[in-house]
Write a protein that binds this ligand. Sequence first.
Ligand SMILES: [Zn+2]
Length: 463
Amino acid sequence: MLISTRVRAWIARRAITAFIATMLFCVPTAFAQRTQLKPGWNLFSVQQDIAVGKENASQAMRQLPLCNAPKIDAYLSQLGMKLVAHLDTHGATYPWEFHCVNDRAINAFALPGGYVFVNRGAIEAADNEAQLAGVMAHEISHVALRHGTNQASKAEFGQGAIGLLGALSGGGVSGALLTQLGSFAAGGVLLRYSRTAETQADISGTQVLYDSGYDPRAMAQFFEKLQAETKGKNPPEFFSDHPNPDHRLERVDQEIDKLGGTPPNAKKDTQEFEAVKREVMNLPVIKKATLGAAGNSGISKPAPPSTNYSSYEAGGFTMKYPDNWKKYGDQDNLAFAPDGGVGNDSSGHGALAYGISVGTQKLQDSNAANALDAATQQLIDGLKRSNPNMKITRQSARVRLNNLPALSTYLSTDSPAGGQETDWIITVVRPEGLVYFVCTAPEVEYSNYDKTFGNILDSVRFK
Ligand SMILES: [Zn+2]
């Protein structure tokens, strides 16, 4: 069909006008409506996020079984950087790294500062590239929103870190804070997010997916699929670091609406993803039990506890423990366990399956009448936050430890050895804070340890 020059010019003008109208009308509204997120309160600097992340990443790389497949790592890095290009880092520059972990548990985690680890299980479970991109967009959002150190800041504040705050205003605090961050890393605080942090990472992840041209529903679809497949039983590890917030899917759908809906040409899958997934499925399978071989302390059924005891002396107390058990950690973070009793879970958290751990939690006021009850409750709440499946199986009861008033509480949660574990917790108030003893063994074997735990606790003598 022939069109006269005048008509062509008219069509062009119309098109330009329509384009400008679209620009004026749609674009600003679309951007104004998307949820704005920014990192929360933080005691630490971005440089400290990077320093602690780097330190823990190199530890994770020594302890975790890596895929050791250059093609898979290159694919993850390329996909990761494509997503990072659409991530709001709030002015910070992170040294992004993406690693494939040869672990079939469906999980992924990101350390502060941009060190991202994706389990092969997550790649195998993803139906398409958009779903994998969704999990990764969620992880890098935790980094950009600095959720790990935000959480550590709150924990630090909760412990009444007046010294730290004082030091902050005086400057030169970096070393002390880093030491502190190190202990948060050891406790897994940097990786176990609150439900609020989860919702934020979901929203930001959805925005990143949308802006990168992927189907923005893919992340939520992946989470939904994980949940449906496990039907609440043995939830995938992902949900223990990333607890499911309420109305997760609804909140994501809301954000997609704010973004203007799913674009018709949104990307779902690529040939590269399918090729990488095939390669991942062909990787040798490393069994959980041998996980520890890489981390030099895997969990396996230990020899029965010896009836001969060794002595341990700390600053504030002495105690005895079976002489075929070993001491782990130091005064602040102490554990006694048999060979095979400790290991690392797949995300690199230290995990005690058999043995006793001892710690001290600072108290606001050790003379308060209800100090023991209040601090014990606080301790249990903290444990529940980091172990979402934890349940109280026997409410706190008054007992005596070395003739001091104490509380005895029984809990149950997932055991790193598989199945459920029993945790018997004894708490007592001392001048240095709430001292707690946590006796742990798999539920099915607990009766074999009950007497040993009793003997250990009976041996405790406070100075
Ligand atoms: Zn998360």
